[in-house]
Write a protein that binds this ligand. Structure first.
Ligand code: PGA
Length: 255
């Protein structure tokens, strides 16, 4: 039996929203949502909006996350943002998103170092794993997820792993409108849980929260919550629409 977890709805804004848009968005979202103890709502705006938004949000209702971090704590890395810079600003940080892997050549080794940087700086990492279309067609999904976890978690201890969140995000479903079916998600979540059991033991594995991400819309959320191992969602496109995002939050809180 998996322990009862706090549910989690994470909005990844990607490279969208300037300060004014972000401010209007949080104003609307705040009015459209209620705070519930059993569900965390996490907003991941671009770096430029993080600091101003901390002053605008109700911190009892919303948490902030960063979309990325560097694996070093400081140094000559032009354009990068490090863990210590994020430490008192955000609770969460997304690590290994498929867009980072694809457009910025992030390998599993880099992901492992970023996971370690997040933990070292007391940030809760949301580790994204998932196969691309070719890998699914070739039936490599389970192996890909397994390998991404084995390398991605290699620098962490069992106690540290117990704190993390893993998001299953099939690359073919991210931003495409192609959604993974509940049974595909179920199989992937089982692989994630099983791999963490193998690596760190059952107690640790039961503590890890699991999300699904990839073209999530409000009408899908009901069905997905029938999956008992799912703790919530990582949402891209729809998280930019406050009405739809609020709808997903409401359904999650009621689930
Ligand atoms: P999407 O993005 O909801 O637009 O598919 C999900 C993500 O990138 O985390």
């Amino acid at each position: 039996m998996v322990e009862k977890h706090k549910k989690l709805v994470v909005g990844n804004w990607k490279m969208h929203m300037d300060l004014q848009q972000a401010s209007v968005f949080v104003h609307h979202l705040d009015r459209a949502t209620e705070s519930k103890d059993d569900t965390e709502i996490v907003l991941c705006p671009p770096f430029t909006a993080l600091q101003p938004i901390t002053k605008e949000i109700d911190i009892h209702k919303f948490r902030l996350g960063a979309q990325n971090l560097h694996y070093q704590d400081e140094g000559a890395f032009t354009g990068e943002v490090s863990g210590p810079m994020l430490k008192n600003l955000v609770h969460y940080v997304i690590v290994g998103h498929s867009e980072r892997r694809k457009y910025f050549n992030e390998t599993d080794d880099v992901v492992a170092r970023k996971m370690s940087a997040a933990i070292r700086n007391e940030l809760r990492p949301i580790l994204c794993v998932g196969e691309n279309l070719y890998e699914r067609q070739e039936q490599h999904t389970n192996r890909v997820i397994h390998d991404q976890l084995v390398t991605g978690l290699t620098m962490l201890t069992a106690n540290e792993v117990a704190e993390i969140v893993v998001a299953y995000e099939p690359v073919w479903a991210v931003g495409s409108g192609d959604i993974a079916k509940p049974d595909q998600i179920k199989t992937a979540l089982a692989t994630i849980r099983k791999t963490i059991v193998e690596l760190f033991g059952k107690n640790t594995a039961q503590k890890v929260r699991l999300l699904y991400g990839g073209s999530v819309t409000p009408d899908l959320v009901h069905d997905y919550f029938k999956l008992k191992d799912l703790d919530g969602f990582l949402i891209g496109g729809v998280s930019l629409n406050w009405q739809q995002f609020a709808e997903i939050i409401e359904i999650t809180q009621a689930a």
